[in-house]
Design a protein around this ligand. Structure first.
Ligand SMILES: C[S@@+](CC[C@H](N)C(=O)[O-])C[C@H]1O[C@@H](n2cnc3c(N)ncnc32)[C@H](O)[C@@H]1O
Length: 479
């Protein structure tokens, strides 16, 4: 939290490479220059193809987007980019001292923040007079609605500890990296300076990291000597004007260019189904939780089927939940050796353990948590030892350790949900009335995020309550 507070003041003054404080969910984020050149024309001039019916349009909620000005048949090529148009960290025409400074800096970026690595390259091209990519770069948004640019109060407004942790981690990284960059740029000759002699601060780094995380795609790179290809992030001019949907009408494909002499990759967007006039062209950015959508893209998807909440598997917490659910003397804190053995297999005990478990999302309850509850609430050692671990982890395997154990396990999860809901300082009703009163765009985004998290928990409770009712009916019938 403190780190993000420290980041905020650096966003308020203008510098050529900095990012102004975000207008968050504003409908039309301003571009780097007031009247940027036409990207469609630029892509065509540089040897790319753009379908005649593909236009850049304004969308009231998603900013700019691509839209069909006429009907487009299924399977049509919508955009084709030759290999030299995407912006990658390593390009063919790179050399010299400035690039070795950039490489040195990029090596200090942790793998999980890969967007910062490509962001350094983006900043280099942004600063370079006459950059090949300038017509693309000046079309990029000036601000981003990702939480690293939220005021401290709005970071708190997210109310969800795992996301607060990620936001603070990113802010801390940016502030520390700012210092590393400053040290690396000190006393460089102009020919060695990767940013044309310009200062780069945490806010410029944050702008670049957000531009990349919200727009880059991970696609196949060049063929390696062993014939395989690795995944590399790249920025795809014009293609990155497509907004996201889980029900997309377009998709990205990579194809080898026909020219046999020097085969290069073409990156295409094709129509996955027939597209009607005025339809937006939509890609699926990935089956991600709202944590990733907010952190990397700066938006939240209502009723996102891939959203979930994270809990820590902890014996005392499980005991508390079980007791709250009316289970008599649960022994999560002191499991029997045969139960402990299963916990180790599930990596919920022992040295190589991973105690992070997930509720919600397509699985509803993470298999490891479900299996642990079933086993710890069972008294039948032989039945547990005879059971297949995959069945124990599966929600569709019906009551593998008996109906009474299944009901106790589901009730415990419902109680865990109640405890998790209690960790949010506000109720959905309070959140909704705050939204009605009107708040700033970043407060709105933070409140929407926490409403969705609470809804995930409530949906899991609703589904499991239904299952408990069904199981109770069966239990009575067999009694
Ligand atoms: C790859 S860019 C798409 C083009 C972008 N709309 C623009 O104005 O440049 C991704 C950004 O578009 C917006 N966006 C895309 N899909 C969205 C969606 N389903 N809901 C809300 N915002 C979306 C978000 O701001 C996101 O960071």
């Amino acid at each position: 939290m403190a780190a993000s507070k420290m980041l905020i003041p650096s966003l308020t003054h203008f510098r050529p490479l900095t990012c102004a404080a975000s207008a968050a969910a504003a409908s039309y984020p301003a571009r780097l220059v007031p009247h940027p050149p036409d990207l469609v024309k630029w892509v065509k001039r540089e040897g790319g193809f753009v379908h005649d019916a593909v236009k850049i349009g304004h969308d009231t909620t998603f900013g700019l987007g691509l839209v069909a000005s006429g009907q487009i048949p299924k399977g049509s090529d919508l955009i084709v980019l030759p290999d030299h148009i995407p912006l990658k960290f390593q390009s063919d025409n790179q050399d010299g001292a400035a690039d070795s400074v950039l490489l040195h800096l990029s090596q200090q970026v942790p793998e999980e923040l890969w967007a910062m690595k490509l962001g350094l390259r983006l900043l280099q091209e942004r600063a370079k007079v006459g950059s090949f990519w300038w017509p693309y770069i000046c079309n990029l948004p000036e601000t981003y609605s990702v939480p690293i640019f939220f005021a401290g109060e709005d970071i708190k407004n997210l109310q969800y500890a795992p996301l607060l942790y990620q936001v603070n981690k990113r802010c801390r990284f940016l502030l520390e990296f700012d210092q590393e960059v400053k040290n690396a740029l000190k006393n460089l000759k102009p020919s060695e300076h990767p940013f044309g002699g310009q200062d780069v601060d945490a806010s410029a780094l944050g702008w670049a990291m957000s531009a990349v995380s919200s727009r880059a795609f991970r696609l196949y790179g060049k063929k390696l000597p062993d014939g395989t290809r690795n995944d590399i992030p790249m920025m795809l001019p014009l293609i990155d004007m497509c907004n996201h949907s889980f029900n997309p009408n377009a998709q990205i494909v990579q194809e080898q260019e026909q020219d046999a002499g020097n085969p290069k990759m073409l990156i295409k967007v094709i129509a996955e189904r027939e597209i009607k006039q005025n339809d937006p062209l939509l890609l699926n950015y990935g089956c991600l939780s709202n944590d990733f959508f907010l952190l990397d893209y700066g938006f939240v998807i209502p009723s996102n089927p891939h959203d979930s909440i994270e809990l820590r598997y902890d014996g005392a917490l499980m005991d508390a939940a079980s007791m709250a659910a009316g289970v008599s003397s649960p022994n999560f804190s002191s499991p029997a050796p045969w139960q402990q053995q299963v916990l180790s297999q599930l990596k919920l005990d022992g040295e190589a353990s991973n105690l992070k478990v997930i509720i919600g999302g397509p699985e509803l309850v993470e298999g490891r948590l479900l299996a642990a509850l079933r086993v710890l609430l069972s008294t039948d050692m032989e039945l547990v030892q005879r059971s297949d671990l995959n069945d124990l982890k599966s929600l569709s395997a019906e009551a593998p350790l008996g109906i009474a154990t299944e009901i106790a396990a589901f009730r415990t999860i419902i109680a865990l949900c109640v405890i998790a809901l209690g960790h949010f300082p506000s109720k959905i009703m309070d959140d909704e009335s705050l939204l009605k009163q009107g708040v700033s765009p970043s407060t709105e985004l933070a409140i929407q995020f926490r409403i969705q998290k609470k809804s995930v928990i409530i949906d899991v409770m609703r589904d499991l309550t239904k299952s408990v009712k069904l199981l109770s009916g069966k239990e009575t019938a067999t009694a």
